[in-house]
Design a binder for this molecule. Structure first.
Ligand code: GLY
Length: 373
């Protein structure tokens, strides 16, 4: 078979061995739906929410989901609860991928991207390449609420933030500066094609990634079925100044539709952009996929695209799987949730959840599992 004739089904066969049993999933995950039933079909009834407030997030969002649920308990709308929930991570100097303490661009400047989306109004706001402002998600929320625009970038985004009273702060911590200096010292020639090929990125927190992407996504569901979400990041480490990832792009790093559900992504932003990943996850849920199935579908699409792209950029494919990381998170309007990651050992990748049982980490499904031989 030629490279380009492979289709989604070819890639779906590679998810065998993930332990995903569709029938068991539908039975045990509390979906309350029979196989094949649509959560939303044109002219039909929207799926009904069950239970109280619920939030999901990437694994760095254990505190975030707890915060978001607490805010929704105080009747704060889900999008604002998500934005308030991620504020702790944006201010955390130890998270190298978000806000204050995030790794800088190749010039040593921290440039932040963030966006949020409100389900009931189907409205969104975003900022990109924002410098010197610690809470870009809050600025994105103001763009959504106070303007008729969606995206503000660079100097315009900063001016808007300062006008609204956000303080200007230095976001580069000493730790991030040291990692950047080591990266710069090792850099040779034109290495702008990812990755650098350096597996010793100077800090154990980077887990062997030469140019990590981190990011936090949070999707939130109120008891009445209203949804909201937000994604915030310092983006790809050592990026070319001005590079915008998926996080501030609606439909790529996040998306929600109040009739269906909410989704977001963390990891290689370019792949989430090429695939329209978060939009695709929500649309798959609209067609009847569970959240986990929807995430896996989008990841198989990403893999197929990466396989084709690897002709031009070989590092995007690694043997029999994509050569990079990407994780999607999905929350359906009835409270069913799930997440899947592109590759890794089953059980390694986690995502955060908070509901009436409290905040916890749960395992992501894996599209291309790495099984120890
Ligand atoms: N997903 C974060 C980024 O690529 O910027």
């Amino acid at each position: 078979m030629s490279r380009d004739s492979r289709n989604d089904e070819d890639f779906s066969s590679q998810t065998r061995g993930t332990g995903i049993d569709r029938r068991k999933l539908l039975k045990t995950a509390g979906a309350g739906l029979v196989a094949g039933a649509l959560p939303w079909n044109a002219g039909g009834e929207p799926i009904r929410p069950k239970g109280g407030s619920l939030a999901i997030a990437s694994s760095n969002g254990l505190g975030t989901v707890a915060e978001a649920v607490t805010w929704m308990g105080k009747k704060v709308r889900p999008v604002s609860a998500a934005v308030r929930g991620v504020a702790g991570v944006e201010a955390d100097p130890d998270d190298l991928s978000v806000g204050y303490g995030g790794l800088p661009n190749e010039d040593g400047v921290v440039q932040l991207d963030a966006a949020c989306m409100d389900g009931p109004a189907h409205n969104a706001g975003s900022v990109a390449c924002l410098e010197g402002i610690k809470h870009p998600a809050q600025v994105a929320e103001l763009v959504m609420d106070r303007t008729d625009h969606v995206n503000l970038v660079g100097k315009g985004a900063k001016r808007f933030a300062l006008e609204h009273g956000f303080p200007e702060e230095e976001l580069l911590t000493d730790r991030a500066r040291q990692i950047w200096l080591k990266w710069r010292a090792k850099r040779s020639g034109d290495d702008r094609l990812w990755p650098l090929g350096d597996t010793d990125p100077a800090d154990p927190a980077l887990q062997g990634e030469a140019r990590p992407w981190g990011t936090i996504h949070c999707s939130a569901l109120a008891p009445n079925g209203d949804l909201g979400c937000c994604t915030t990041t310092s983006g790809l480490a050592f990026k070319i100044p001005g590079r915008i990832g998926d996080s501030p792009l609606i439909g790529c790093g996040l998306y929600c539709d109040n009739e269906v559900g909410s989704a977001g992504g963390t990891g290689r932003g370019e792949a989430a952009i090429h695939s329209g990943g978060s939009w695709l996850v929500v649309e798959r849920m609209r067609s009847g996929d569970t959240p986990e199935e929807a995430c896996l579908f989008a990841l198989r699409r990403v893999a197929k695209q990466a396989y084709r792209q690897s002709r031009w950029q070989p590092t995007l494919w690694d043997g029999d799987r994509p050569g990079f990381g990407l994780t999607f998170y999905a929350l359906r309007r009835d409270g069913l949730y799930g997440s899947a990651t592109l590759r890794g050992k089953p059980g390694d990748a986690k995502f955060a959840v908070c509901d009436s049982r409290g905040a916890r980490l749960e395992a992501c499904a894996v599209a291309f599992p790495i099984v120890a031989s």
